[in-house]
Design a protein around this ligand. Structure first.
Ligand SMILES: [Zn+2]
Length: 333
């Protein structure tokens, strides 16, 4: 999931190019050596986050660049204001990080308007919360699966350049297949690299009178966290009916991951796709795509199908709940 504001930048670069990047409270100039300087062709550069104000993590990708941890050809470096030099084999990349000239003045108008817009009711939504479809056959139960992002909205970016939108779509298709195999009616908000508008996604659930809405994402760290370390799974929901669905799914995901991935539980979130008064809705942050290990797991089909099965198991548990029942006493933040 990425927020309203772009906090991460991925840019395609060729050798010999100098690029200025403005990032949060910092701006960086990244200068790559010319072709003749034996620089392994650097194709991409990612700025992933900041451990603390004044320190920015940059990922530089290229052949023969020293590896970060094992099995890759990506390196991450911590940059501090001033000139930083990254040595990559015979060549080097110079990164100059500076404080921006002046902070942008805050617009009081937009700050005041934002909370009101955020809580505006979906025009097509009623306010009669749906209960789990207990007692109905799977063929009478409709669930909308929403692969997050798409098109020009890539979502988060992995160290090797796997966009979150693709990882979301792959997992969402596995979840769809698993649910269809069990007889449920599944509607996808997208099946390709298109970008349905954010507010059109929950609309699909209303148009189809769906019983539930599940958005699938991969996570990226906030600016104050080290992007190389952070990994956990979590499910986000907005209201009680969403929390019950989220809790059922989180429980099965926690069981499937075991000790391999920490569980951050069910978390309250006011997202466009979870803020649904009628249809139980939740957003799954499967894992962090921003660590090399998290990215590797995205490529692992067997692991992905295991996660898809856990999500389908959690959904199936939820469909059997009565009006008042909850699945477990998971921690709710
Ligand atoms: Zn996302």
């Amino acid at each position: 999931m990425s927020g309203m504001r772009r906090e991460r930048i991925a840019c395609l670069l060729a050798a010999g190019i100098s690029l200025a990047v403005h990032f949060a409270a910092l701006s960086a100039t990244i200068a790559f050596p010319r072709d003749g300087q034996k620089l392994p062709a650097i194709a991409r550069c990612y700025i992933l986050g900041a451990e603390e104000p004044g320190v920015t993590n940059v990922v530089v990708q290229g052949r023969n660049v020293p590896v970060h941890k094992s099995g890759g050809w990506v390196t991450m470096v911590d940059l501090t204001p001033g000139t930083n030099t990254l040595v990559a084999g015979d060549a080097q990349v110079t990164v100059t990080v500076a404080r921006p000239p002046a902070p942008r003045p805050a617009s009081t108008n937009s700050v005041a308007a934002t909370p009101e817009r955020k809580y505006e009711k979906l025009p097509y939504a009623g306010d009669k919360p749906k209960a789990p479809p207990k007692g109905r056959k799977p063929s009478e139960i409709t669930v909308v699966i929403d692969p997050g992002h798409g098109g020009s909205d890539t979502g988060a970016m992995s160290p090797h350049g796997l966009p979150e939108k693709d990882a979301n779509l792959r997992l969402a298709k596995d979840v769809r297949d698993e649910l269809v195999r069990r007889g449920y009616v599944v509607v996808m908000t997208r099946e390709d690299d298109s970008f349905p508008a954010l507010y059109d996604r929950p609309k699909v659930a209303h148009a189809r009178n769906a019983d539930a809405f599940i958005s699938i994402h991969h996570n990226a760290p906030p600016l104050d966290k080290d992007p190389r370390q952070l990994r956990y799974h979590a499910v986000y929901a907005w209201n009680d009916i969403g929390v019950r669905l989220a809790t059922a799914i989180n429980r099965r995901m926690a069981a499937a991951f075991g000790t391999a991935l920490p569980n951050n539980g069910v978390i309250h979130a006011n997202f466009a796709v979870t803020r649904n008064p009628e249809i139980p809705s939740c957003l799954i942050e499967t894992d962090f795509i921003t660590t090399p290990e998290g990215e590797l797991d995205c490529w692992n089909g067997e692991r992905r199908r295991k996660v898809a099965k856990a999500i389908a198991d959690g959904f199936a548990d939820w469909t059997k709940l009565s009006d008042t029942e909850t699945t477990a006493k998971e921690k709710t933040k």
